[in-house]
Design a protein. Structure first.
Length: 211
C-alpha cells in the first residue's frame, strides 16, 4: 500500500512574517520531497505576504519518515522585511500531521482540466524524462481551484488516472481541514504555535537551516 501523509503548515495567529516562513517551508518541503522521490501536492490558504496555512499530501515510500522529521514548531530568525525597524527577529510556524480524510471525494473527470506538459522541472531521479506529464486542475462551484502535476508514467493515460486520484485526495484533505477549522478542535490546533524548543531552526532571507 502506498504511503500517504497529510500535513498542515500553519502560521497560527502570527503576523505577515510568520506567513513568509510558511512560504519558505513550502519550498523546502518540495525540495526534500523531490530528493526523496515523493509526490507532494499542496493546497494553500492565501493571505497577505504568504499563505496563512497550507495542506500538504505526501505520497510515496518514505512519506511517513519525512513527515515525522518536520512535525513540530519551526523557528525562522530574520529581521523583518515588512517592518524594517521592528525589533523582533524570531518568527514561528508549525507543522502538524493530520489524520486522513474519511473518504476521497468523487470528481467528474469531464470537469477536470487536463493539460499535457513536458516532464521537466521537479521530479528528481524518479521522474520520467521522456514522457509527457499531466497537470490536472479542478475548480469547485465557489471558484476555489486545486491542481496537481503527475510525471510518474510513460503512459499519458496512466498519468491522467493518477492525477485524478491525487487530486481527489488533495481536495478531500483540504476540505476536511477547512471544515474542522470551523470547529473548536482545529481552531485550537492553529493556535497551538509553540514558541519554545523548535523542532527546526532557519536563519536569514535565504532560509538557511541551522544544525
Amino acid at each position: 500500500m502506498t504511503e500517504k501523509e497529510i500535513m498542515l503548515l500553519s502560521s497560527g495567529n502570527g503576523p505577515g512574517e510568520c506567513r513568509q516562513a510558511v512560504a519558505h517551508l513550502l519550498v523546502r518541503l518540495a525540495e526534500e520531497a523531490d530528493l526523496l522521490g515523493l509526490d507532494l501536492d499542496v493546497a494553500e490558504r492565501a493571505a497577505p505576504h504568504g499563505p496563512a496555512s497550507a495542506v500538504i499530501v505526501l505520497t510515496g515510500l518514505g512519506a511517513a519518515e519525512m513527515a515525522r522529521g518536520w512535525e513540530g514548531s519551526v523557528l525562522w530568525r530574520c529581521p523583518s522585511s515588512l517592518r524594517p525597524k521592528h525589533p523582533r527577529k524570531n518568527w514561528f510556524a508549525q507543522v502538524f500531521r493530520l489524520a486522513p480524510a474519511p473518504a476521497a471525494i468523487q470528481i467528474d473527470p469531464e470537469k477536470v482540466e487536463m493539460q499535457a506538459i513536458r516532464a521537466g522541472g521537479p521530479g528528481g531521479q524518479h521522474q520520467n524524462k521522456t514522457s509527457s506529464a499531466i497537470r490536472a486542475r479542478w475548480v469547485d462551484p465557489e471558484g476555489r481551484a486545486w491542481s496537481v502535476v503527475v510525471r510518474d508514467s510513460r503512459s499519458q493515460h496512466m498519468n491522467r488516472r493518477t492525477a485524478l486520484e491525487r487530486l481527489s485526495v488533495l481536495i478531500s484533505a483540504d476540505r476536511a481541514e477547512a471544515l474542522a477549522s470551523q470547529k473548536t478542535a482545529m481552531h485550537d490546533l492553529h493556535g497551538q504555535i509553540q514558541r519554545g524548543a523548535p523542532r527546526r531552526v532557519f536563519e536569514g532571507e535565504g532560509f538557511r537551516e541551522v544544525t
